[in-house]
Each structure stands twice: as C-alpha cells, then as structure tokens.
Design a protein around this ligand. Structure first.
Ligand code: ZN
Length: 497
C-alpha cells in the first residue's frame, strides 16, 4: 500500500474513534449532570455496548497492520502523523492485552460502582461500596499484569496518568515536600488561627453564585459560544473539541469559596481543552500532555491567579455588588486571608494550598498499599483515618468526610491522585518562567489576561498531547522538572499571609 493510502486509513480510523469518544463523552456528561437517578443501569448497558464496539473497531488485525506498517515507514511521515502513530501503538498495546469480555465487564462495573459510591457517600455507608471498590482494585491489578507483567502493577497505573513517572519518582517528590513544606504547616496553621472566616459560611444566594461563575469566565476571556457550565457533585471538565468544552461546578449556599474556586479550577481545564492547535482537533493528540500538566493549568487559574492578593483585589468590587449584605463588613484583604487560611482540614477539594499535597500523600500511600500489600478493603476507613491523624492532625468523624469523599476510586481512576500535587508543582515552575516576559502581578491586578493566556497557550496548551510532561517542561523552562519552585512559592506566600 502507498504511504498516502495508509495515512488516509489512519485518518478514517481517527474519525471513527472520535465519533465513539464523542458519543460516550456526552453520555457520561449527561449521567453526571442532568440524567435522572434511575438512569444509571440503562446507561451502563449502553456504555458497555459502545465501548465494546470501539474495542472491536480498534483491536483487530487490520488496525494492527496499519499502525505497524506506518511505523515501519516512519521516515516518510511528518512529525504530527508520527506522533499520532506512536500514541495509537501505545494505546493498541495497552488495550489489546485485555480480553474483550473483561473490558466490557469493567465498563459496566465503572457505572455500577459510581452509583454505589454516590449512595454510600450520601448515607455514610462504606460497607455498601466496599464490594465494588474491592472489584475495582482487583480488575486494575489484573489489567496491569496483562499489560506489563514485568513492571510493578502500581507503576503501570502511575504511567497512565503521568507518562514516565514511577513510584521512585513520586516518593522523591513527596519526600521533597515532606522536607520543605511539612515543616511550614504547623507554624502557619498556628499563626493564622486568628484569621476570620465566619463570613464565608453566610448564606450566599445560589443564583448570585452562578452569576459570579459566569463573570469569572468573562474575566478569563473565555468565549461563551465554546463552553457551558453545568453542575455536579464532583466538579469536572470534559473537552470534546476546540468548540465544545463542558465543565461543572457545584453551589452550596453556605460555601461561597467552594463554587468560586471550583469554577476557577475547571475553567483552567476548559481553557486548556479549547486551546490546542486546530490541526489536532478530533485526533488522539487533542488532549493535554498529561494529567499533571492538565492540573498545572487548572491550578494556575485556581491558585496562582484566583487565590492571589492581586486577583482578589481586582474581583472584590464585583463580589461586593453581587453580595452587598454578606460582604458588607468584610475587606478584600480579609477575604484574601480567609480563602488562603491554612487549616488541618478533612476534605481534599476544600483544602488550602499549603496542606493540599498532604491530602494527596494519604491517597498515594493507600493506593500503593492496596497494590503492594495484602490490605483488606474493609480496613480502608481505619487506615484512612489514621493517616489523616498522622499527617493532618485530624480524624474524620465519618466515612463520607473520609474515605468516601472522592469519586476517583469508584470510577477506577487509580494512580491519578499524584498528578494533582505534581500539577501544583509544574504550575509554580511555569509561573516562574512566565514572569521573565509577562508582568503577571500587574496584569492580574488589572484583570488583564491577554498576555497570561497567550503565554500559556503558546508555550503549553497549543501542543496538545504532542510532548510528554518531561519534554514539555524542558522545552518551556529550559530545565527539567524541579519541585523547588513550588516549595519557594509556598514559603513566600505563607510567610506573608
Ligand atoms: Zn482538576
């Protein structure tokens, strides 16, 4: 076959994959936002069929031959096509090693387990969720063994979310945080005890919070024709293409900071999803470089921008307009200090910047134990609670606020958590580089995001999934990943709250 014919076939495959991804993406989004509660079973069945079909269309001799013929002729391929071929071969090898019936069974389990988790969390009933969680870990261990029996199963999972990262790397990273960040926590928490935050729990009408979310996306220069904001228990973003990104947030009347920062965070993911080069649209290269790099963008907007003094000073008059009664006796500086107050808290997504990585450390250590040691799933609540006591000095009063708080494990996302902490660290390193050419502080103080957005787009977002995290960081920063920037940022910020 001529090379051009092979490339045409690859394009056809890509379009078909895109259509299935699109259908399943919309179905998932619907299930997590507006679908009625009892729709989960039928959706699970439909998703099982759709994922079975994608499997058949992708895992077969014809596709295998196509991919490997292209690879054999790699000298004739342009850079983008070769990157696609490599991604597909990677994906092919990952998927083809899992028997189709188990793959379909697993997709069904994801849906059932997600539902069981929702019920369990609502009713503080870990026992109701435990059998699903156990199956989830069993499946994932087995899949890791099918895929790469030479590698430790947990390393296979870590690599899925952060290519090239293994337990040794993550241990080094967390050890660095233990050395540089953990010692700051006690003093910072003690010194900020007097910071008032009573007003954050005043009733802020939900319709006004929605208005604020919408205004925030305007400030960030997001084009409303290309995205929507919906609501879900656990906020998330789904990017379909450059013209259709959906993200969710949640609104609690007595938690204004929760919707504010969920919106800023997911908006960061959404901006990334809208900004890859158009030539990658609908292709396997349209996602981000990795989960960690995606988190670097969401955390950039949530924390480095949203929790900065400059941004709060800028947005505060708007907030005062929306919430005149609730904020009548609160200054911008008091608001700034309240949303940054370091606390020994229970809930990861409500955690302050300083203690956030400790929440991740607990999850990382538990996942590692589940993979490496014989741990009974029924012991997880007790293990969780004792680790919270050890690192954060606090014990969850119930499992809803403990081991049941996150959706990740229910959905089989194991090995995902470390990327959150890595994302914060990447973001600090990117910011330090950005400041060489962009007047970040004064731009944020003016609410002017043109240069900031352009820098992130041109250096990071436009490249889609073309580079691995390590390649991208070296390319952008002219040096390898270095967690020192993150530690310095935290030290600077929390010594001067
Ligand atoms: Zn995120």
């Amino acid at each position: 076959m001529e090379i051009q014919e092979l490339i045409n076939k690859l394009n056809e495959l890509e379009q078909l994959q895109y259509a299935y991804r699109y259908a399943m993406g919309i179905t998932n989004f619907d299930g997590n936002t507006v679908a009625p509660k009892n729709s989960y079973k039928a959706r699970g069945q439909a998703m099982a069929i759709l994922s079975g079909e994608t499997y058949k269309k992708f895992i077969n001799e014809e596709v295998k031959e196509l991919l490997f013929s292209l690879k054999e002729n790699e000298k004739q391929l342009d850079f983008t096509t070769l990157r696609k071929v490599d991604e597909y071969i990677d994906e092919y090898e990952k998927t083809s090693k899992i028997p189709m019936n188990e793959f379909m069974e697993y997709t069904k389990l994801q849906s059932d387990s997600n539902h069981a988790w929702e019920q369990a969390k609502a009713n503080n009933d870990f026992k109701g969720f435990a059998p699903y969680l156990e199956k989830m870990f069993e499946f994932n261990k087995r899949f890791a063994n099918y895929r790469n029996p030479e590698k430790k199963p947990y390393n296979v999972h870590l690599d899925d979310f952060e290519k090239g990262m293994e337990m040794d790397d993550i241990d080094k990273f967390f050890n660095q945080l233990k050395k540089d960040v953990v010692p700051l926590i006690k003093d910072a928490v003690n010194e900020s005890k007097g910071i008032r935050e009573d007003f954050l729990e005043r009733p802020f009408p939900v319709d006004k919070q929605k208005e604020l979310s919408s205004l925030l996306t305007d400030v960030l220069k997001m084009d409303k024709d290309n995205f929507i904001i919906a609501e879900s228990e656990h906020p998330f973003t789904m990017g379909l293409n450059n013209f259709d990104v959906r993200f969710t947030t949640h609104y609690y009347e007595n938690m204004i900071a929760s919707s504010f920062y969920s919106t800023m965070h997911e908006a960061g993911h959404a901006i990334y999803g809208l900004n890859h080069d158009l030539k990658y649209n609908g292709t396997v290269l349209s996602g981000g470089a990795s989960n960690g790099v995606h988190e670097s963008q969401s955390r950039f907007y949530e924390n480095l921008v949203g929790r900065s003094k400059q941004f709060i000073n800028y947005i505060y008059p708007t907030m005062k307009n929306l919430f005149p009664d609730q904020l009548s006796d609160v200054s911008a500086n008091e608001f700034y200090r309240a949303v940054n107050k370091p606390k020994l808290s229970l809930i990861r997504i409500e955690a302050d910047e300083l203690t956030y990585s400790l929440h991740i450390m607990v999850r990382y250590e538990i996942e590692r134990m589940m993979f490496e040691e014989k741990v009974n799933v029924n012991d997880l609540p007790a293990i969780w609670n004792s680790k919270y006591e050890e690192y954060l000095g606090i014990t969850p009063p119930n499992d809803t606020k403990g081991v049941l708080q996150d959706v990740h494990w229910a959905f089989g996302l194991i090995g995902y958590f470390p990327s959150y902490a890595l994302g914060s660290a990447y973001a600090s390193q990117f910011l330090s580089k950005m400041k060489e050419t962009v007047s970040f502080d004064s731009d944020v103080a003016k609410g002017d995001f043109s240069n900031i957005n352009a820098w992130l787009k041109d250096n990071i977002q436009i490249h889609g999934a073309v580079y691995t995290p390590k390649q991208l960081i070296e390319r952008v920063c002219n040096e390898p990943f270095n967690p020192k920037y993150y530690a310095d940022y935290l030290k600077g910020k929390f010594s001067d709250l």
